[in-house]
Design a protein around this ligand. Structure first.
Ligand SMILES: [Zn+2]
Length: 54
């Protein structure tokens, strides 16, 4: 499968775990853009969190 990419509203392209900031949610972890703090859709965040630069 190809890499998932997510284009944030701030213009940052999120690809890897380190591009995200993890916020501990009450039920499940919430993912946010590391640059601007905009929430990333949960499914996308989960996928990105498993991606690492090789
Ligand atoms: Zn952003």
């Amino acid at each position: 499968m190809g890499l998932t990419e997510y284009r944030c509203t701030c213009g940052a392209t999120l690809r890897y775990k380190q591009d995200l900031r993890r916020e501990r949610g009450t039920v499940y972890p919430a993912w946010k853009c590391r640059e601007c703090g905009t929430p990333v859709p949960g499914q996308v965040g989960e996928k990105l969190s498993h991606q690492h630069p090789s």
